[in-house]
Design a protein around this ligand. Structure first.
Ligand code: DC
Length: 232
């Protein structure tokens, strides 16, 4: 059991394996793991459900008003993983569909949505001892995080990973569709006005295009020991 409590921010492009890495790191450390993308996905699902988000665009005013009626939380399961809950309903699978994926970047660029999500994230992170993954955790949500990791990987490697995940979940998609979705999200994530995806000046880059998960964890183990005297 690790007693030193620090905040670890894991940012980077979509499908770089941030959540798998961050979840495992948290479990080794005995820390809380929080997936900030799940919150943006939940707001998107909610907006799609109440008609404020759709093919014809986003009704920003309607969406903003509706946020008063949205409560997102995380439920820990017996195996230690977290399920995303939207107003008490488990939406862990629903927030990962291609429909949500194709709208989420546009929802995530809205300033009031970012403020809504940031306040939930900052509340969860108050006690430290947390690993949080996202796009702007090290730059905006927790600029004082003791450790900031920025994950990258080749775009085709990322598309291959996402496709495998979707196939395992029984969804039929082509490689081209997945790659186009990744390119579009990279563009929107890095070009939005509010909190665009960028590497914090004090972050360490982890390019895992040709790394196994075990190698990534060995990399982290070395940093934690060298910088913080934390042994996992
Ligand atoms: O990591 P993900 O693919 O589940 O994220 C879903 C979307 O949410 C993605 O398009 C970018 C956005 N996002 C964000 O803007 N800021 C974060 N901290 C996390 C996710």
């Amino acid at each position: 059991m690790v007693t030193t409590k620090i905040t670890i921010a894991v940012d980077g492009y979509s499908s770089t394996g941030k959540s798998t890495f961050a979840r495992l790191a948290a479990s080794r450390l005995g820390y809380l793991y929080l997936d900030s993308g799940a919150l943006y996905r939940s707001v998107t699902l909610y907006g799609l459900g109440n008609g404020h988000v759709g093919e014809n665009g986003i009704d920003r005013e309607g969406l903003q008003k509706s946020l008063d009626g949205l409560k997102v939380s995380f439920r820990k399961t017996e195996d230690g993983s977290f399920r995303t809950m939207l107003n008490g309903q488990d939406v862990e699978e629903k927030i990962r569909t291609l429909e949500v994926s194709s709208h989420v970047s546009r929802v995530a660029e809205i300033p009031f949505v970012r403020r809504f999500v940031d306040s939930i994230l900052q509340e969860y992170g108050k006690g430290k001892g947390i690993v949080m993954d996202g796009r702007d955790i090290g730059t905006t949500v927790f600029p004082d995080a003791e450790l900031k990791i920025f994950m990258t990987a080749d775009r085709k490697v990322r598309a291959g990973r996402r496709m495998k995940e979707m196939e395992e979940a029984g969804k039929k998609v082509t490689f081209e569709e997945v790659l186009a979705n990744i390119d579009q999200r990279d563009y929107t994530d890095t070009h939005r006005k509010t909190s665009p995806l960028s590497m914090a000046a004090d972050a360490i880059e982890l390019d895992n295009s040709h790394m196994t998960l075990d190698q990534e964890l060995d990399w982290l183990k070395e940093i934690l020991l060298k910088r913080f005297g934390i042994c996992i």
